[in-house]
Write a protein that binds this ligand. Sequence first.
Ligand code: ATP
Length: 271
Amino acid sequence: MEAYEKINRLYYLIQNNVAEKLPGPYRVGVDLGTADVVLVVTDADGNPVAGSMRWASVVKDGLVVDFSGATTIVEELKKEVELVLGIELDKGATAIPPGTVGRNALACGHVIAGAGLEPVCQIDEPVAAAKALNISHGIVVDIGGGTTGIAVLKNGELVLTADEPTGGTHVSLVIAGAYKITFEQAEELKKEPANHRRIMPVIIPVIEKMATIVKNMLAGHDEYDEYPVYVVGGTAYLTGFGDEFGKAFGREVNVPPHPLLVTPLGIAMYG
Ligand code: ATP
């Protein structure tokens, strides 16, 4: 299956709460994000088998802030997926934003262990996204809820990663301020595609800031000027996001389907 086909398939499986009948052994990945938690199961070739997700704020800027809440959600997602798959999951991979260190870096592993999944490895989020996109040469920009991260791959090798606060949360804060609504209302308004055209002028400064962050991360690296750029993460769902980001960044960018599911799919591939 091609990378974009896999992402579309995973979306279908999650939306319909069904499993793909593919032979094991399976790989499991858990993405503990700022805005949501996603559990994905793939076969040995990285084809999606099942998945489940929940909107939740148990992580902030890559740091687990609600340990027991996060554990409970992973337990629930694990049970849901086990039910549609008819088998028990015992191990899984996790991911963290690049640059997360010390106890913070260990927290995701502890969460999934608490939920009954032995942590097998932990990778950088944009690296997972690159794996899902099957890229060996290019720049992956991951704009999630809390942070903007990049991974640069050269001949299959990771040559640069970086991560900075500013993500979809900041987009919602700006919307909340502009329309005088709560953060939660802004999140809902933002996730409705029918509103995207109306909110775009309000959020362009945040998108420009994200592009500036990425430009700064790549400053002094002219050798990557010709690399293809892929933007993933839930924020890239915004209609016109790729165009506005590309304009501010000064380069054309590719936005895969269901950008929120790219990193979770890649994490499972490492599981
Ligand atoms: P991080 O990687 O920063 O820890 P995360 O893993 O939660 O965060 P993602 O799941 O990639 O990040 O994306 C979550 C963000 O995407 C949230 O800010 C959410 O509001 C936004 N988002 C989700 N769906 C949509 C949508 N349909 N339109 C616009 N924004 C969306």
